[in-house]
Design a protein around this ligand. Structure first.
Ligand code: NIG
Ligand code: FE
Length: 415
């Protein structure tokens, strides 16, 4: 199938040569072609230019007139827990009344609550529930998504989650990456002997996940009240032996040492990072690890934000992801994530856009093929409604602005 989009008011995030990621001052670069056309062929971005070089309509192609509209590369959401059962609005009320995330977890709520529900849910039912959210994020402009396990907490249920992630990847046009997060919380039966649970993760779960080739990445919730640095390192080493690259939760609740553990084990990304100081920035500067911020979680939990400005001004790259999950961020709306980043983290619209496209792609191992408008990359783009500028996207924070979604070169029918 061929598609020609013409009269585009602004073709955003254009690259002639793809970069792995953008950091420091380059995070505010945003190459845009005004009054542009874009050609899509065989699922890939084939060519683009200014309208004075438009090749002309032809019969082979579906012609889309995008007068007054913008075209963006689809969002790359590099951190989600979108496969889960039920919801947790009861805890939402507890939080409003003043209980902290850790207090809720200690009472057997939180991740353990979702895990209980998930264990009682069949694989088919879990798939159906998750697909509702998957369709939602596709309509909101996401084209690539990383999805974690971590609400199973038994070998059987972790495998169930990962098989659902595999089905999503096989049955939707999204590019999906799977991450094994057996060490998300300690299940109740191991409360008094956490190291036994770590043994289970290392000796049973990781080999089982690897033998079915269900996950490319390994994650640990390395934080106060969850897993220590020593436990994290043990789990990462076992994952690495089985071919999984680390991509971890770190420093959400305290200066946990998680960032340094991540860079030590060449993590692809370390995520959350509310507690980031000079030492953490130094460790990140000498690494290939993408610092990934999840402003939806700090917003929803009413917690302090990470020092995004200081990180960018120190020369770091930043990715932004939704963290879509039932406990700390029940939304996969990447446009709203950009708005939060702009307003609460004081990131410029260009920085936020780079963080949800090219840098997000890097944080999920996809920057060669996704994250920008570049010849030869996968044709994952969306066309907006008529808008005045690209800054309007994060600015109009509650307005739905997407007109057409194209994934793998196909125009999607929205339900
Ligand atoms: O990324 N921080 C750990 N995990 C999730 C929350 C999971 C939950 O509360 O269900 C997060 O915020
Ligand atoms: Fe998370």
């Amino acid at each position: 199938m061929e598609i020609l989009i013409k009269n585009i008011k602004g073709l955003v995030q254009v690259e002639d040569e793809p970069v792995k990621y953008k950091s420091g001052p380059r995070m505010s670069d945003m190459k845009t072609v005004n009054n542009a056309w874009l050609q899509i062929k065989d699922g890939l971005i084939c060519s683009f230019g200014e309208m004075n070089t438009y090749p002309g309509d032809n019969e082979r192609s579906e012609i889309i007139d995008a007068e007054g509209k913008f075209v963006f590369p689809s969002y790359c959401d590099s951190h989600t827990h979108i496969v889960y059962a039920g919801s947790r609005e009861i805890e939402y009320k507890d939080k409003i009344k003043g209980l902290s995330y850790e207090e809720i977890a200690k009472r057997g709520g939180g991740i353990i609550n979702s895990s209980r529900l998930l264990q009682q849910t069949t694989e088919d039912e879990l798939y159906e529930q998750s697909m509702v959210r998957i369709k939602e994020i596709i309509s909101l402009g996401t084209g690539a998504v990383e999805i974690k396990s971590g609400y199973g907490l038994t070998t059987e249920s972790e495998l169930k989650m990962l098989r659902v992630i595999k089905r999503i990847s096989e049955n939707t046009p999204l590019s999906v990456k799977a991450t094994f997060l057996g060490a998300h919380a300690v299940p109740e039966e191991h409360r008094n002997n956490q190291s036994k649970y770590v043994d289970l993760v290392v000796n049973e779960m990781i080999p089982a996940v690897a033998s079915e080739k269900l996950a490319e990445y390994i994650d640990v919730f390395c934080d106060k009240g969850f897993f220590t640095v020593e436990e994290t390192e043990r789990i990462l080493e076992a994952g690495i032996i089985h071919g999984m690259r680390p991509k971890i939760h770190a420093n959400e609740l305290a200066y946990s040492g998680g960032i340094q553990a991540g860079t030590k084990y060449k993590a692809l990304s370390v995520d959350h990072l509310e507690f980031t100081g000079k030492d953490e920035i130094k460790a990140l500067l000498n690494s290939e690890t993408m610092p990934t911020l999840l402003p939806g979680a700090s917003f929803f939990l009413g917690m302090d934000d990470p020092p995004a400005r200081q990180m960018i001004e120190s020369g770091l790259p930043l990715a932004l992801a939704s963290d879509y999950n039932p406990g700390s961020s029940p939304s996969g709306d990447m446009k709203f994530i950009m708005s939060l980043a702009c307003i609460k983290l004081r990131m410029l619209p260009e920085e936020a856009l780079n963080a949800v496209t090219v840098n997000g792609a890097y944080a999920m191992g996809l920057s060669d093929t996704h994250g920008s408008i570049c010849r030869g990359k996968v044709a994952n783009v969306f066309i907006t409604k008529e808008i005045p500028s690209y800054e309007f996207m994060p600015y109009a924070y509650g307005t739905k602005l997407i007109d057409t979604v194209i994934l793998n070169g196909y125009i999607l029918e929205m339900e």
